[in-house]
Design a protein around this ligand. Sequence first.
Ligand code: FES
Length: 175
Amino acid sequence: MQGWNLRLAWRDSQKIKINFCTLRTMEERVLEIIKRYEDRNSKLLPILHAIQDEYGYLPKDAIKLVAKELGKTPGEVYDAASFYSFFYFEERGRHIVRVCNCIVCNIKGSEDIIRAIEEKYGIKEGETTEDGSFTLEIVEGLGHCESSPVMMVDEDIYGNLTPEKALEILRRYEE
Ligand code: FES
């Protein structure tokens, strides 16, 4: 029992170390990114893009740091970023699952696919699974109507889906 408690205490101490490490790394990385654009006149958007490329979204701490370094308020940076639909403010999954629900896919059963994914992974549109594997997005038109219903996982397109096929495909991406 005592050994078990020791193991837990050791594990918790490792978690704390990892968190400190992650925070320090984020500050260093963001400062590095800001420095990369220091000679540019309009640098806010390129900086935000680079941060999103690095983290998959714009973490709050990164927004605060960018604001401080560029002499703006965090609200100003957030307002500028939220004007564009391609910036994300919540952590996203390692894999982005986009299911098309436009008219052709819808007629061919995309809602059954969406429901199957929601039930299997316990997430709704825009949400990320607890283990961080998947973020579900419902989109309008993936441009492959001839193989509808269609979903896209990261950059890969899958067509002629049934709910079973879609779940089988997602199983391959589980980590
Ligand atoms: S309607 Fe879904 S790809 Fe065209």
